[in-house]
Design a protein around this ligand. Structure first.
Ligand SMILES: Nc1ncnc2c1ncn2[C@@H]1O[C@H](COP(=O)(O)OP(=O)(O)OP(=O)(O)O)[C@@H](O)[C@H]1O
Length: 142
């Protein structure tokens, strides 16, 4: 499902009291290279769930975030993961637990894998400042 900014802006959220709302990616104090990747990927501002959840995850707080389909949850954990990993370290630092998405695998596994793969790969490549035209065919070469 594609992201709809107008619908996102009128979503009602309930969160823990000390959850701040960050109106921009800059205000989250993300790595400059990650910010560059996010903007190069085409995101101008965080969605409602990203405004709330990214800062919680990167601060190391155990976070449960729930929102409607297409509101930016996948991007929330992708961006958070890219912020906290040390790109120089060679060990595994992040894991995506796909079990929670079993129903999506049953419906459209290829589409799901493509989306997660595309988002993480594109942001990571932009982070590495690689020049890249994002089509599925080109991505499969990496
Ligand atoms: N801040 C943003 N600005 C613009 N587009 C965004 C933003 N965040 C996410 N998107 C786009 O919105 C779409 C849905 O995002 P995402 O897959 O992260 O949502 P989701 O909540 O995980 O959806 P689902 O529950 O269906 O898996 C994607 O095309 C993504 O690129």
């Amino acid at each position: 499902m594609s992201f709809n900014r107008e619908e996102d802006e009128v979503l009602n959220f309930t969160s823990s009291e000390d959850v701040a709302v960050y109106p921009s990616f800059e205000s989250m104090d993300l790595k400059p290279s990650l910010l560059k990747g996010i903007y190069a990927y085409g995101f101008e501002a965080p969605s409602a769930i990203q405004s709330r959840a990214i800062s919680q995850i990167i601060s190391g707080r155990d976070t449960i975030a729930q929102a409607q389909s297409g509101t930016g949850k996948t991007a929330t954990f992708s961006i958070s993961m890219l912020e906290v990993i040390d790109t120089k370290a060679r060990d595994v630092q992040g894991e995506y637990n796909a079990l929670a998405r079993v129903w999506i695998f049953l419906i459209s596994s290829q589409y799901f894998f493509f989306r997660v793969y595309k988002m993480i790969l594109c942001i990571f490549l932009r982070l590495k400042q690689a020049s890249y035209e994002g089509t599925f065919t080109e991505m499969t070469r990496f």
